[in-house]
Structures are given as structure tokens and as C-alpha cells.
Design a protein around this ligand. Structure first.
Ligand code: PLP
Length: 446
């Protein structure tokens, strides 16, 4: 039996936040509740409300909130006075993580990377990746792509397309060329060919790049999924022009698109890969830059940070690798569930004359404008579904459900989303009024 969300009816008291928290806060504006518990796919507020989480910490909670196995591993580690902070000293927790990474992730995929522990957020991993590419090649220019999102520190922000985010920099953001991503000019223009032409033309104005920095599915930029053919061309171009290929797998990695890495089975191997978000498995801050061993030209401490390698995150990440990735059944199940999500979103798109985006369990629906999307996500939240938007105009309603969600609960959330779309956008078929909600709600307990 699945249960449906039960949002709070009482108006929340947000005065302390308005008085004391910086205006930079964002998600809490659209979802002004005070959350105090979270388990699996559910979040609870302090008024007794229960919400289904289709945001998952922006894909930081792929295994749901407080997964019991991960939580127990951490509780045991803390209870045993395991080392919490050790700079980059060797610890049991780090050794176990590196061994598990080697045995469960790298070796079975035929990958040979060294792990560089950066500061704890994704943007640190991106900074390290582009610094390393510049150091290795002696070049300055990085090719990033339209609608790419790579983080908020200045180097990563320079690689990010979004004008609103770039506007916060306060200094020029330079040494990056933003080339058109796959599909940017529509299906008939191959943007990899355009890039090839620019790189081959000594008069194009594009300096020889140190790296290409690419997301295989653009998480914040609108869930644009690059085709494997396009990515293979980009990889080949990087090689031909002496640039390193960096795949930013911070949002699309750790299973979000099915495999542990989003580029698996695509026929190319990145030189550098960045991971963060769901790497710790439990929402603990933890970021990693993976690099081919030949590229490891760092001097000791040349790129460091006090919180490089978070031992608590090593423990939960190790438990996550063992629990979910030692057996290929998990990836298969994510792929199967991603197909269910695709079917439901395609049906919705047909019903309302919309289009879908994404890959695996990283998908969304383009509702045409940020205003419409905000209305839809607002209705969803009132119904107890936490869901957000993405895209250049925030026009994509983005489903980032936990990968471990049961099919029936996924369908329940999608029913709430579909009803919210129906309240906002007229269906193509004028005789279609309330749609599928009635039959789907049968068997759902409050
Ligand atoms: N790269 C990608 C693809 C991301 O989606 C994000 C965050 O959303 C980042 C980098 C930055 O990660 P963080 O917010 O942890 O610094």
C-alpha cells in the first residue's frame, strides 16, 4: 500500500529567516516550510506535513534520505571514535573508500583513474579539473558549452552559461569559450561539426583549448541530453586538438542516468571526471576529481583545502558503493524505472502538446515558460510534492526522484505532477477534463 503526501495546512512562521538569513536563499522561498525529518523518499515538516521528494537535494540523495545501511555505517563509525577530520592524512575510512572505488567502480569498467580529493562541493572538483588541464597543457582557454552549469566559484562560474549566476561574479569571467551544445541550433545542425570547423580555422578567434568541459545531460541547463554520437565527436575533437576531455558528472553521475558514470558504454573515456552530489550517498559534502594517472602532475599541496576528503563521507560512500554498485542489478533497475518515467512524461507531453527532456532518472517536461513552470511546481508543493525547475528560463519541470523509489510511489508523484499540469495547461483533446487521476488514486491510502 502506498501513501500519499499530506502537506501542512497551517501557515508557516518564516520570520527568523526573513530577519536573519541572507536574501541569497532560493529553494526555501517557493517551499516555505520548516523540515525536521527525512526518511527514504519522504520529507516531514514541523507541522506534521509529509512531502514526497522529487528534488532529492538536486540529485545529492539518489539513494533517498537517511538510507538505513548508510546511516548505520556512519553511526557505528562515530560511536567507535573513527577519525572525523584528518586533512589528507591516511585513514582507514579513506583506504576503504579508495579500495571500493577501485574494485566496484573502476576495475569492472576498465577505467584507470587516480582520485583527487578536493574541497567538499562540486565546484571545487571542477576548479581542480580545469586548473589541472591548464597546468598539463600550458594553455588557458577552456571550451564549455551553452546552458552548461559547473558551479559558483570563479573558475567554474566562468564555465557556466547562466547570466543570472554569472552576474554575481563581480569580476570579468574569462578564458572560456561557450560553444553550442548538442541540439542548440535544432536537430538539423551538428554543433560538433561547427566546433570542428572553428578549431580547424586559424582565423576563427578560438585559441587552442586546454580542455573541453561537458555535462552529458545538462542538469541545471534544462536536462538537455547529448547524443552518444555527439559526445564521441567531442571526445575525438579534444584528442585531435590536444585538449583534455573533462566530463562533469556531478549531477548526471552516481547512477542518475543508469550507470555509475553517465558516459558508460558510449565508446569514449574522459581524461578527467568530476563527481560530487550523490557520491557520499547520504547528502554529506564530498567531491572528487578523477584523472588519468599520466595527468597527475600536481606538486604536493599545490591544490589543497582544509576539508579535502570528508571521513564521514568516505564511510557512507563506501557503504553506498557496496550496497548499490557491487551488483549490476541496481543499475538495471534504475534503467527500467527511467523507462517508466520516460513513458509517463511522454504521455503527459502528448496530452498537453509539450516536449520532454533528459535521460534515465534525470528527466523533465518543457512547459514553455518559467511562469508556467513555477505555477505547476507551486501546485505540486501544495499537494505535497517537492519538485523544481531547470533550464535557461526555468521552463523545464524537472523530476529528480530518488533512484530507490518504488514504482507505485513514482507513479503517485507523477500523478500529482500531471494533475498540476492539467490545472495549468489545457489538454490537446478538449473532451479530456480530469484525465487519469481518478483510476490512479485507487488503492492509495492517506
Ligand atoms: N557541476 C554540475 C553539473 C552541477 O550540477 C553542479 C551543481 O548543481 C555543480 C557542478 C556544482 O556543485 P556544487 O553546488 O556542489 O558546488
Amino acid at each position: 500500500m502506498i501513501t500519499r503526501p499530506k502537506p501542512s495546512a497551517k501557515a508557516p512562521d518564516t520570520k527568523i529567516y526573513e530577519r536573519r538569513e541572507s536574501g541569497v536563499r532560493s529553494y526555501s522561498r517557493a517551499m516555505p516550510r520548516q523540515f525536521n525529518k527525512a526518511q527514504g523518499v519522504w520529507m516531514h515538516d514541523n507541522e506534521g506535513g509529509r512531502y514526497l521528494d522529487f528534488l532529492s537535494g538536486c540529485s545529492s540523495l539518489n539513494y533517498g534520505h537517511n538510507h538505513p545501511v548508510l546511516k548505520q555505517a556512519l553511526v557505528d563509525y562515530i560511536a567507535g571514535d573513527g577519525v572525523t577530520h584528518a586533512l589528507d592524512l591516511h585513514t582507514d575510512a579513506k583506504a576503504e573508500f579508495l579500495s571500493e572505488l577501485e574494485n566496484v567502480i573502476l576495475k569492472p569498467r576498465g577505467l584507470n583513474y587516480r582520485a583527487m580529493f578536493t574541497g567538499p562541493t562540486g565546484t571545487n572538483a571542477v576548479e581542480a579539473a580545469i586548473k589541472l588541464a591548464r597546468k598539463v597543457t600550458g594553455r588557458e582557454m577552456v571550451v564549455a558549452f551553452t546552458n552548461g552549469f559547473h558551479g559558483m566559484t570563479l573558475g567554474a562560474l566562468a564555465c557556466t552559461g547562466n547570466a543570472g549566476k554569472r552576474g554575481g561574479a563581480g569580476v570579468p569571467l574569462s578564458h572560456v569559450s561557450h560553444e553550442p551544445f548538442d541540439g542548440y541550433y535544432g536537430p538539423d545542425v551538428d554543433t560538433a561539426d561547427l566546433l570542428e570547423q572553428r578549431l580547424a580555422d586559424p582565423s576563427s578567434g578560438l585559441d587552442a583549448p586546454a580542455a573541453f568541459l561537458v555535462e552529458t545531460v545538462q542538469g541545471e541547463g534544462g536536462l538537455n541530453a547529448a547524443s552518444p554520437e555527439w559526445l564521441r565527436k567531442i571526445a575525438a575533437l579534444a584528442k585531435k586538438h590536444g585538449a583534455l576531455l573533462i566530463v562533469d558528472d556531478i549531477q548526471a553521475g552516481c547512477g542518475r542516468t543508469g550507470g555509475f558514470f553517465s558516459f558508460e558504454d558510449m565508446g569514449f573515456t574522459p581524461d578527467i571526471v568530476t563527481l560530487a552530489k550523490s557520491l557520499s550517498g547520504m547528502g554529506l559534502p564530498f567531491a572528487l576529481t578523477l584523472l588519468r594517472p599520466e595527468l597527475d602532475v600536481w606538486s604536493p599541496g599545490e591544490h589543497n583545502g582544509t576539508f579535502r576528503g570528508n571521513n564521514h563521507a568516505f564511510v557512507t560512500a563506501t557503504a553506498a558503493l557496496r550496497t548499490f554498485w557491487a551488483d549490476p542489478a541496481f543499475a538495471r533497475d534504475v534503467t527500467r524505472r527511467g523507462a517508466l518515467l520516460e513513458r509517463r512524461l511522454e504521455d503527459m507531453a502528448k496530452r498537453f502538446d509539450l516536449s520532454t527532456r533528459g535521460r534515465g532518472m534525470m528527466r523533465g517536461i518543457n512547459v514553455g515558460s518559467g511562469d508556467v513552470a513555477a505555477k505547476i511546481t507551486g501546485i505540486c508543493f501544495k499537494e505535497g510534492l517537492i519538485i523544481e525547475t531547470s533550464g535557461a528560463h526555468d521552463e523545464i519541470v524537472k523530476v529528480l526522484a530518488p533512484l530507490v523509489i518504488e514504482d507505485a510511489t513514482l507513479e503517485l508523484g507523477l500523478d500529482i505532477l500531471e494533475n498540476a499540469v492539467a490545472e495549468t495547461i489545457a489538454p490537446v483533446d478538449a473532451s479530456d477534463s480530469t484525465g487519469r487521476q481518478t483510476s490512479r488514486k485507487l488503492g492509495i491510502a492517506a
